[in-house]
Write a protein that binds this ligand. Structure first.
Ligand SMILES: O=c1ccn([C@@H]2O[C@H](COP(=O)(O)OP(=O)(O)O)[C@@H](O)[C@H]2O)c(=O)[nH]1
Ligand SMILES: O=C(O)[C@@H](COP(=O)(O)O)O[C@H]1O[C@H](CO)[C@@H](O)[C@H](O)[C@H]1O
Length: 321
């Protein structure tokens, strides 16, 4: 491990318990306008879990004398279930991806809704939380928002946690262990200290996020880490231990498609534009018991930094006026 990373682990890797909520509320009061916080939940068919997460955040972090969270938005990513209704009934503001920046046709994917969320949120700190979490604990939010309230030099903070698989057995984070961690260690060893580089819970300053490209699919986490390293340096990054994360585990073939997208996101950054062929062929046994191929497009589309979008810069000028 690079000595730089060893030092980073000493100084930029903490436990959430090291910053109690009262201290964070005091820091938020002191931060004023620069400490406004928006929480965004990207949600595709998460009716089973989104309501509890929204209720927990509203109950614990959006009430009292100094709420840590100012705004809670669920970005509906094209759900076919009752995600929007459940989230709204729990008290979230729900925004459908189609309603944001309609002049740019919507692409499918998690990164797409995270990118569009920047245009419909106000916080100077934006905190992303997956909507498929079970046994959600508000430390997932306060733990990663906290350092951004107390450490001006930080720009992106990721949660780290244990990730037991539902049903026991192997540990979760399969694409992390098989694809992302090897890629980062080989090509971006400064990022080797991240325990959960693909984790879906992270908070960042808007002034950073608006300058980053967003891979529209599952490459968004890896792309954001690599691009932030290049744009702001390792000292702008940190991670906080928030305990244990339980979430829905997708099947192996879904993770194969995720891995292909993440690999193509890395490839693009390794060679800026020279992509491998973004197609993935997988195999299942057909009714004839013979293996049959299914070809999947590997999403490589990326959105430009939001600060290059006229609607966004116009809105920012209006907010500043
Ligand atoms: O096209 C998509 C795919 C995923 N998600 C959301 O992004 C989060 C993480 O996705 P997922 O759980 O599928 O990834 P995993 O955690 O299994 O890697 C969840 O809240 C999903 O609902 C989304 O908003 N749009
Ligand atoms: O970390 C991983 O390997 C994947 C899959 O996790 P599991 O093997 O289902 O626990 O989950 C993450 O990866 C996605 C791509 O970056 C993120 O969008 C998810 O939020 C995150 O859960």
């Amino acid at each position: 491990m690079l000595e730089e990373v060893e030092l980073w682990l000493d100084r930029h890797s903490w436990s959430a318990s090291e910053r109690p909520l009262d201290a964070l509320r005091a820091a938020k009061r002191a931060a004023g306008a620069s400490g406004t916080v928006s929480v965004v939940l990207p949600a595709l068919n998460e009716e089973a879990t989104v309501g509890a997460i929204v209720e927990a955040i509203r109950g614990e972090l959006m009430s009292g004398e100094t709420p840590l969270v100012d705004e809670l938005v669920v970005m509906d990513s094209g759900s076919s279930d009752s995600t929007s209704r459940v989230a709204a009934e729990a008290g979230a503001r729900v925004v459908h991806r189609d309603s944001v920046l309609p002049r740019i046709p919507v692409a499918a994917g998690k990164g797409e809704v995270l990118w569009r969320s920047l245009l419909v949120t106000e916080g100077e700190i934006v905190c992303f939380v997956d909507a498929d979490l079970r046994e959600f604990d508000c430390r997932f939010v306060s733990g990663i928002v906290g350092p951004l309230l107390t450490d001006p030099g930080l720009h992106l903070v990721k949660a780290m946690y244990d990730r037991p698989m539902s049903g026991g057995g192997e540990r979760g984070g399969r694409v992390t262990e098989l694809v992302a961690r090897p890629l980062l260690n080989l090509h971006w060893p400064q990022l080797a200290g991240f325990v959960q580089p693909l984790g879906g819970e992270y908070a960042a300053r808007r002034t950073l996020l608006e300058r980053l490209p967003f891979p529209v699919g599952y490459g968004v986490e890896l792309g954001m880490l690599v691009d932030t390293l290049e744009l702001a340096g390792l000292e702008a990054l940190a991670q906080v231990d928030v305990g244990v994360r339980h979430h829905r585990n997708q099947d192996g073939q879904a993770l194969g498609r995720m891995a292909a997208t993440i690999y193509s996101t890395a490839q693009r950054r390794l060679e800026r534009g020279h992509l491998v062929r973004p197609v993935l062929t997988q195999f299942d046994r057909g009714s004839d018991r013979l293996f049959s191929p299914t070809v999947h497009e590997v999403t490589t589309e990326e959105r430009p930094p939001m600060c290059t979008i006229p609607e966004y810069t116009a809105r920012q000028r209006r907010r500043a006026a």
